[in-house]
Design a protein around this ligand. Structure first.
Ligand SMILES: Nc1ncnc2c1ncn2[C@@H]1O[C@H](COP(=O)(O)OP(=O)(O)OP(=O)(O)O)[C@@H](O)[C@H]1O
Ligand SMILES: CC(=O)N[C@H]1[C@@H]2OC[C@@H](O2)[C@@H](O)[C@@H]1O[C@H](C)C(=O)O
Length: 396
């Protein structure tokens, strides 16, 4: 047996594994790195986050990614170079984290790398009748493995698509395995660039579980701040809090066809971007609005879309556990709170023991754990394709 396969086999047999989960999402704020101690698999999974860091992307890194991010046309040479470069860069960031945490690379069973999404195109979002769902994450895992000396599991979304899904949201797996409760109806709400949720009705049956993207979380607000203020985001909603929601623009933004599609569905900045905002402003003759009113309106859009879906799904007493950078936006949070029905309570995912900034990185650690130690089940639920996700890259 090849020693790498043997080591993987041993990892799979261990009572618990140390897995580094990585996520660099659509906000391009940085690489989330979660050092997770995981035992069991599936609904028996137990996770302890031993350490968590977001390695912020310097502007030069963001600019590199933005050169290709969600663009219809890119320079293929640049994309090829970037794929290798991000892999190596992520590897270097992990080495730095391990050094800071005083953890030896040899103690880590595997790295779980999401990669950098640069284009997401579910069938409902493109116009090529010959093609189905597709998504592209870059940051080649062989480069991570070679740079760190640690076996790396990566590229989780392709199998989901191959098995009939849209490649997202994969939160369904972690949320169902880890957060489904016998005692309460739950919503796991994540507000990153894109907002998504998993609705977990009381009990542990898959029936009734819904996991879907909803629309913009921060992506429109972030793009607006980048364009007009050269800032990555509106810190603590300082600008948006000064504005007034413009109902005419808000109504026009709500007319975006994605919102009318049934759940589950996925989307990205390919749809929710400044061109979409500018078109809505033209159509509603609101081009002259102040920056602060536009930001207040974009925040209200995210809040309304999020709250509307939660109110529809949660017809009885329900707990919402929120995560993602949006939890740090006080205006967005207060707008959502105001719109939620009285029987729905909003908390942070911290309440369930997972730091809101770490949740998605932990998810990928859990998916790598499934790849190593998950049990194959015969179930073929459409809501939860029973497939093993992730591809394995060895360090040498
Ligand atoms: N103090 C703050 N005030 C306002 N907004 C904040 C604050 N901190 C973080 N955010 C928002 O959170 C965003 C980052 O969120 P997060 O890291 O969850 O996104 P992501 O994982 O990249 O996105 P996705 O989940 O869609 O892939 C920032 O770009 C910003 O919009
Ligand atoms: C294609 C892609 O990268 N999608 C991300 C993005 O960020 C949030 C939302 O859109 C979600 O669908 C997904 O990520 C999370 C981790 C998921 O798959 O659950």
């Amino acid at each position: 047996m090849h020693p790498h396969i043997e080591k993987l086999y041993q990892s799979a047999e261990k009572p618990e594994r140390l897995i580094i989960g990585l996520m660099s999402g659509t906000s391009l704020d940085g690489l989330d790195v979660a050092l997770c101690r995981i035992s069991g698999s599936g609904r028996e999974t137990q996770v302890t986050v031993q350490a968590f860091t977001t390695c912020p992307y310097p502007k030069a890194v963001k600019d590199k990614i933005l050169t290709v991010f969600a663009k219809q046309t890119v320079d293929l040479e640049y994309l090829t170079l970037l794929n290798a470069w991000i892999g190596k860069y992520h590897g270097e960031l992990i080495n730095q984290c391990l050094k800071n945490w005083q953890v030896e690379p040899s103690d880590i069973d595997v790295i779980a790398s999401h990669g950098q999404t640069i284009f997401h195109c579910p069938k409902h979002q493109h116009h090529y009748s010959d093609f189905g769902n597709a998504t592209l994450q870059i940051g080649d895992a062989d480069h991570i493995a070679v740079t760190t000396g640690i076996t790396t599991v990566a590229d989780f979304r392709q199998k989901h698509i191959a098995a009939g899904g849209e490649g997202a949201p994969l939160a369904l797996y972690g949320d169902y395995y880890y957060f489904a409760s016998d005692t309460e109806h739950r919503v796991l709400l994540n507000m990153g660039g894109i907002a998504n949720l998993t609705y977990l009705p009381k009990g542990t049956e898959l029936e009734g579980v819904v996991c879907s993207d909803l629309g913009p979380g921060n992506t429109l607000m972030d793009a607006y701040m980048r364009q007009h203020f050269s800032q990555p985001y509106d810190e603590n909603a300082q600008l948006a809090s000064l504005g007034t929601v413009n109902q005419t623009l808000l109504d026009r933004l709500q007319a975006e066809p994605f919102f009318a599609l049934p759940l589950p569905k996925t989307t990205g900045p390919e749809v929710f971007n400044l061109e979409m905002l500018e078109a809505a402003q033209r159509d509603s003759s609101t081009e002259k609005l102040s920056h602060q009113d536009i930001m207040a309106t974009l925040s209200a859009l995210s809040a309304q879309v999020i709250a509307r879906h939660i109110n529809t799904l949660c017809t009885e007493q329900c707990m919402v556990y929120s995560s993602g950078g949006g939890v740090h936006n006080p205006l967005l949070m207060s707008q959502i709170k105001q719109l939620l029905a009285p029987h729905i309570q909003l908390h942070s995912s911290d309440t369930l023991g997972i730091h809101p900034d770490a949740k998605e990185a932990v998810l990928f650690a859990m998916l790598a754990n499934e790849c190593l130690a998950g049990k194959v089940t015969a179930r073929k639920d459409l809501a939860l394709p029973q497939v093993t996700m992730g591809k394995v890259s060895f360090a040498d």
